[in-house]
Design a protein. Structure first.
Length: 504
């Protein structure tokens, strides 16, 4: 697609994915995709970009393309913007619950050129975030490019720089085939619940955190929550204050719990960009651990010891907005339990030999990371690791740019704002992708870096070091046309500017 040289394109023709992914049987019949037929419309569509999803990532994509004057269409399954910040979204993809508020401060979570309103609290409710995303969309004026209730069901990169995108009108079922020069996949990865493989048969009700909305259905009930991530702890803290009879929290691995504030300041504002990219990781970890210990005390004090792996080697859980979970554990409002050995009827047996009777289980066990519309032989994850250079480009799908397929010790908006200009530079040809072989080498390096930096737990496969990742993307945008000296100077200037706080 648009970032390959002609000879490379020819060499890769054989590797192009050959079939649209996962279509309903009825749709499949209508969608016999003929690659040669697409090439007729190639010239007209070469410049046009298709954006999949109008969540935070998709909105950043819209804004950047709109500003650069690149024509685009954005398709959104739901009937409004905002992605997972829409409660009870008709997209069916949002995990938003009534009490959800951000776990990243408004100072860090905002767009770089559109601050959050002053009257907003430091940690915002989902309603405020949605309102803020609406205001962003209005302010930058790209709403007319978004088509709602339209799902992208399949993309099929083909020859001559064209990607065929098949959309389905969610209301009427009408299927349409369109051609684009590039695709931005900003479809989120918190929609496909990952269920635990429990041994035995549970006779009570079991739901996934994805469908949890409010505590009322659990009043007077004995509830077990599985998973100590942000979902699990948020739900446990909320249920503990809402009349559930007994709340158990099962963590098969221990977790770090990070306070929202340390010494009166949001914890996530403490690490400055220059420190994030220059200080050795060991030192950062020591510093972060010390600040938290001095400010709040150690987790042992709350009978909830942290894991052996250091704070920055895992994805810590942020103290829930609805209450101090460590105090609840210490005071017995939430009963911490280890992993589950098996279940029988209403009895849950834990690996330490203890057992509990429960009515309901809420699996806050995270999500499968996948894109349903990709060609059958392409996946964002291969063997549990992201097959994406810079977490953006799949070597088999140049011209398709994935936004948001990362996790970081920090807010996501700055990550989208760093990813999108890199994708836009590629779309405009200011920079070029390396060869497929080189991309695979870079991906292997990235996996090695992840191995060295983080505990090797499946759910951390998308984890990046926040500031280092943002800088990596800034530097990857060095214009190809510059001389060796020009590149050196450009990179030095960019590094200095990044350290001063210009992250994208
Ligand atoms: C419960 C929860 C709380 C979180 N809290 C924070 C926080 O406090 N701070 C923070 O920085 N991050 C937080 N995150 C991380 C969060 O993922 C990001 O902040 C961000 O909202 C993700 O945006 P996104 O656009 O990538 O995905 P989403 O918000 O999921 O948006 C994707 C959009 O794409 C649409 N879509 C998907 N597939 C298709 C398709 N095939 N065709 C058309 N449309 C499609 C969906 O309908 C959706 O609207 C949280 C995550 C969860 C699950
Ligand atoms: N307030 C907020 O802002 C907020 C709220 C909710 C979620 N989020 C964000 O949303 C994302 C998803 O969070 P999440 O908590 O839903 O998922 P998550 O971060 O993937 O955590 C899943 C938890 O479930 C455990 N788990 C997974 N599979 C299990 C199994 N088979 N048996 C037992 N335990 C299992 C994991 O333990 P292991 O470590 O052992 O795998 C982990 O503790 C994160 O980025 C999070 O920050 C934010």
């Amino acid at each position: 697609m648009n970032s390959w040289s002609r000879s490379e394109k020819a060499a890769r023709m054989a590797d192009l994915p050959q079939a649209p992914a996962q279509l309903s049987k009825g749709a499949e019949a209508d969608l016999q995709v003929d690659i040669e037929a697409h090439s007729v419309a190639a010239d007209a569509s070469q410049q046009r970009v298709c954006i999949i999803g109008a969540g935070k990532a998709g909105l950043v994509a819209c804004k950047v393309l709109h500003e650069r004057g690149i024509p685009f269409d954005c398709f959104e399954t739901g009937s409004q913007i905002g992605g997972l910040w829409v409660l009870n979204s008709d997209s069916g993809r949002s995990a938003c619950y009534d009490s959800l508020c951000t776990n990243t401060s408004k100072l860090r979570t905002c767009f770089h050129d559109f601050p959050m309103p002053e009257h907003y609290p430091m940690f915002c409710t989902h309603k405020q975030i949605l309102e803020y995303l609406e205001a962003y969309t209005e302010h930058f004026g790209f709403r007319e490019h978004i088509t709602f209730r339209t799902e992208v069901v399949s993309i099929l990169p083909s020859l001559k720089d064209v990607c065929t995108v098949i959309t389905k009108d969610v209301e009427t079922g009408k299927v349409q085939e369109r051609q684009y020069g590039s695709v931005i996949a900003a479809c989120g990865h918190h929609w496909d619940p990952l269920w635990p493989d429990l041994k035995g048969e549970f006779k009570g009700t079991m739901i996934h955190a994805h469908s949890y909305r409010s505590p009322e259905p659990f009043e007077g009930r004995r509830v077990l929550i599985i998973g100590g991530g942000n979902s699990g702890m948020d739900i446990a803290a909320e249920l503990a204050q809402s009349g559930a009879a007994r709340i158990l929290l099962s963590c098969r691995r221990r977790v770090h719990v990070v306070p929202r504030y340390t010494f009166g300041k949001p914890t996530d504002t403490r690490l400055k960009p220059w420190l994030g990219v220059t200080a050795p990781k060991g030192l950062l970890q020591l510093g972060a651990t010390a600040v938290i210990r001095l400010s709040r005390g150690s987790q042992e004090r709350f009978n909830f010891p942290p894991p052996k792996a250091g704070l920055l080697r895992v994805h810590p859980t942020v103290e829930p907005g609805s209450g101090n979970i460590l105090e609840m554990i210490r005071d017995g409002q939430v009963l911490a339990r280890p992993g589950i050995q098996h279940v029988k009827g209403h009895t849950v047996h834990f690996v330490d030999g203890s057992k509990e009777e429960v009515d309901d289980i809420i699996c806050a066990t995270g999500y499968n990371v996948r894109c349903a519309f990709l060609p059958a032989d392409c996946s964002v994850m291969e063997n549990g690791k992201p097959e994406l250079m810079h977490h953006i480009v799949h070597p088999k799908l140049p011209g398709v740019y994935f936004l948001g397929f990362i996790q970081a010790h920090g807010p996501m908006i700055p990550c989208f704002e760093a990813q999108m200009p890199y994708a836009a530079d590629l779309i405009q040809g200011a920079i070029e992708l390396p060869s497929e072989e080189e991309m695979r080498k870079q991906i292997a390096k990235q996996h090695e870096l992840n191995r060295q930096s983080f505990a090797q737990i499946e759910r951390l496969a998308l984890l990046v070091e926040f500031h280092r990742y943002l800088l990596q993307l800034r530097l990857a945008r060095c214009p190809q046309s510059k001389s060796w000296l020009g590149r050196r100077l450009w990179k030095t200037r960019t590094f200095m500017s990044f350290c001063a706080g210009n992250l994208c």
